[in-house]
Design a protein around this ligand. Sequence first.
Ligand SMILES: NC(=O)c1ccc[n+]([C@@H]2O[C@H](COP(=O)([O-])OP(=O)(O)OC[C@H]3O[C@@H](n4cnc5c(N)ncnc54)[C@H](OP(=O)(O)O)[C@@H]3O)[C@@H](O)[C@H]2O)c1
Length: 252
Amino acid sequence: MPQPIAARLAGKVALVTGAARGIGVAIAERLAAEGAAVAVNYIASEAAAHEVVARIREAGGTAEAIQGDVSKVATAAPLVAETIRRLGRLDILVNNAAISAGIPFDDITEADFDRLVNTNVKSTLFLSQAAAREMPPGSVIINLGSIGTRLANPITLVYVATKAAVEMMTLSMARALGPRGIRVVAVSPGMTDTEMLRSVLSPEVLAEAARRNTLGRMGQVNDIAPVIAFLASADAGWITGETLHVNGGQRG
Ligand SMILES: NC(=O)c1ccc[n+]([C@@H]2O[C@H](COP(=O)([O-])OP(=O)(O)OC[C@H]3O[C@@H](n4cnc5c(N)ncnc54)[C@H](OP(=O)(O)O)[C@@H]3O)[C@@H](O)[C@H]2O)c1
């Protein structure tokens, strides 16, 4: 007999990076609602991170806010260690934290490139490496890709290149970690209503994208979080190396 869905992640510990805002909040709250104890990572949004933790605890869940700049390799091992110190173990890593930037081709600088690659790509690799050293067999690493890897957008050129790297690393990391019993998957959201999206695209572009979407609306953070919870669970135990696109049928 299957377990009740509410207990699907009972006994598991998850670390969600960038979980004080946007999609990360929904992921942290959904994993907690399904029974996982959650480390809510943030870099600057301290108050918001503590609000997420308070909401999870009020709902009967377990959560801890943990500060850490994932763009720095030196953060990786201490962030994993602090999660284990406070919550006891680590079974689920969600590499959600990322930055975007809308920069015309001729204006892209080396500093822009380094900032985006460090935050979106380097963090994913080295945090996964540190986590995998501590994770028991049956664990899972979930990376956030993007619909942008299927579309051409000159304004977000570097951002989508970082997300293509993340999706490709997912495939390779799955091969590296499969023998240790660790799955690695990616979820690539379509346009999802968050500060990141609104910072790079105008309200007119967003309204047009929502109108053209196959399901006729803009994606919301709670369209993404349940898919992450599924992939984190044993229900997805035979899925690794895959990138799942979650976008309401976005085609442009
Ligand atoms: N929104 C979309 O349409 C969309 C589409 C495709 C893919 N995605 C992907 O989905 C994920 C979440 O995006 P979002 O829209 O929710 O973004 P968001 O609203 O801008 O939130 C990003 C989060 O990342 C955190 N962060 C940034 N740099 C960090 C660092 N160096 N160390 C630790 N945390 C850091 C931020 O922390 P602070 O709050 O502490 O600053 C923030 O909580 C990203 O991987 C993004 O690429 C989003």
